[in-house]
Design a binder for this molecule. Sequence first.
Ligand SMILES: [Fe+2]
Length: 385
Amino acid sequence: MLPEYFDYHIRSRVVAGPGVASALGNELRRFERKRAFIVTDKVVGQLGFLDRVKKSLADAELDLVGVFDEVPPNSEFGVVMRGAAACRAARGDILIAIGGGSVIDTAKGMNVVLSLGGDYIDYQGFGLIERQLGPLVAIPTTAGTGSEVTAYAVIRDDATKSKQTIVSNHLAADLAVLDPELTLSLPPSLTASTGLDALTHAVEAYLSTNWRPISDGIALHACGIIVRWLPVAVDDGANLEARYEMLVAACEAGMAFSSAMVGCVHALAHTLGGLYEVPHGLANAVLLAPGMEYNLPVAEARLADLARAFGLKPTGDQARDARAAIDFVRGLLPRVKLPTRLRDLKVPEGELALVAETACLDAAIYTNPREAVAEELLEVLKKVY
Ligand SMILES: [Fe+2]
């Protein structure tokens, strides 16, 4: 049955292809801005990607007026404010984010503060951004978050040790540049964990109560691509085809969950990231199969669809197919050399109840197909500890 009403919104232009980051300057001309400001992290700075982008900016006669490379893996409110102050001081008028999800989300946050003024903390929540922000270009260096096209910025608040989300269609980048050459040097462990983040986006978007036909199609397609190509990218990081497929599929998964939203796996992963700084992809990886299993009583048909998307042969028995989808995801973790237990992520066993309770307050929980209860989530956490 179709939803009575739905909207589907993607505001980003996407350009993709090997070497496309080197031609960035040409793409930027259309913005008619002159003062580029780069947001990135130290690792990207060391990998030489910046030099490519700098050259392409120079070719297009754009001035690079500043580089803010202080974004940590789990960025926080103070970083956003410092980055915005640096860009303001340099009088940058177009933001270029080069990095993983933390970098891109930080640039989104900076764009909010630079465009609308005030403090980043003032904009937390749904729909508080009512007008167009300044131009933002996102160049992901991991195939995972899909942040380049999503309506979200998830940033850690040090004061409350929680991850806070801004939701607005104005947040997504104006231009997303998918250059698989930039992901070639990503080590196997990060390739695997960020890839599992992308898979979690696609799976949770498909299971979400906020599903819509368009996000369904994109999510199922992304699932098939990720399970086929992630093991290849992990085993052979230099395989450009695998990197290309993963980068595009992660972007697709972003397009799916940007409208459909996510569920209990992300609610728990946000909580673990906020409380213990557990890397987002790892938390999702460990919790994805348990989260699917938790939703099994209310989402059997959709889980069976996922089994088909993963390339599993239908058995003619929906319950069996749904189970097979969960088992498949569970089996994928050792295949890509990821941990399978919460204890591997150094989550304190004595605080699982706190994790379950906090996750029930996370925005991602509201679109989980099964109404989440803290006591039940605690059982899920105990089982996978
Ligand atoms: Fe995620």
